[in-house]
Write a protein that binds this ligand. Structure first.
Ligand code: AMP
Length: 187
């Protein structure tokens, strides 16, 4: 059965970087909804153009839109065969419920990369991405608390949440993540 995982964490927690490393190490497909939206914008699709202003403001693309994109991606052969690691999705309970309806049997682990608000602020201001204005960062952190943080108890109730300390070097954090993953896979 393919392996399905999600990685949660505040924007700037390092989850994108770690997700790439984990996916490479396990041979699963890394699916970043932020990357997909940025690619859509770069290609000039209608979706990309619509999403751009939402992203620049630090707001969330509507669930119906993002759920459709993820469902379509999960149906592709590479994911069906290799499994997936979702990064940046789900961000709301509505998205988590949709994910469960697409991939309940494959979903075995939700990792939460835990980094404090102060630390992610510092990291995001340093990375200097297009949508990393002070206003957008504040808005994204606000939405994380109201929309995404409830997912921690949602995944806990389903028995698949593991919290990993995201402070320290990239290598240290990767080691901690892999330890948790290997423990789950070994079960
Ligand atoms: P990220 O690269 O994950 O930080 O995402 C960048 C931006 O894309 C976010 O600030 C949102 O505007 C949008 N986005 C990415 N993933 C989602 C999602 N699952 N739900 C809604 N909006 C999203």
């Amino acid at each position: 059965m393919p392996l399905g995982m999600v990685i949660l964490g505040r924007q700037g927690s390092g989850k994108g970087t770690q997700a790439v490393k984990i996916a490479e190490s396990l041979g699963v497909i890394h699916i970043s909804t932020g990357d997909m939206l940025r690619a859509a914008f770069a290609e000039g699709t209608e979706l990309g153009l619509e999403a751009k202003s939402i992203m620049d403001a630090g707001d969330l693309v509507p669930d119906t839109v993002i759920n459709g994109i993820v469902e379509e991606r999960l149906l592709k052969d590479d994911v069906k065969q290799g499994g997936f690691l979702l990064d940046g999705f789900p961000r709301t309970v509505g998205q988590a419920e949709a994910l469960l309806s697409y991939a309940e049997n494959d979903l075995c682990l939700a990792l939460n990369l835990d980094v404090s608000i102060d630390e992610v602020m510092t990291r995001m201001l340093a990375r200097g991405r297009d949508d990393d204005t002070a206003e957008a960062i504040t808005r994204r952190l606000e939405l994380y608390e109201t929309e995404t943080a409830p997912l921690l108890s949602w995944f806990t109730e389903r028995g698949i949440l593991k919290v990993v300390d995201g402070n320290g070097t990239e290598t240290e954090v990767f080691g901690r993540l892999m330890e948790v993953i290997e423990e789950i896979l070994g079960k």
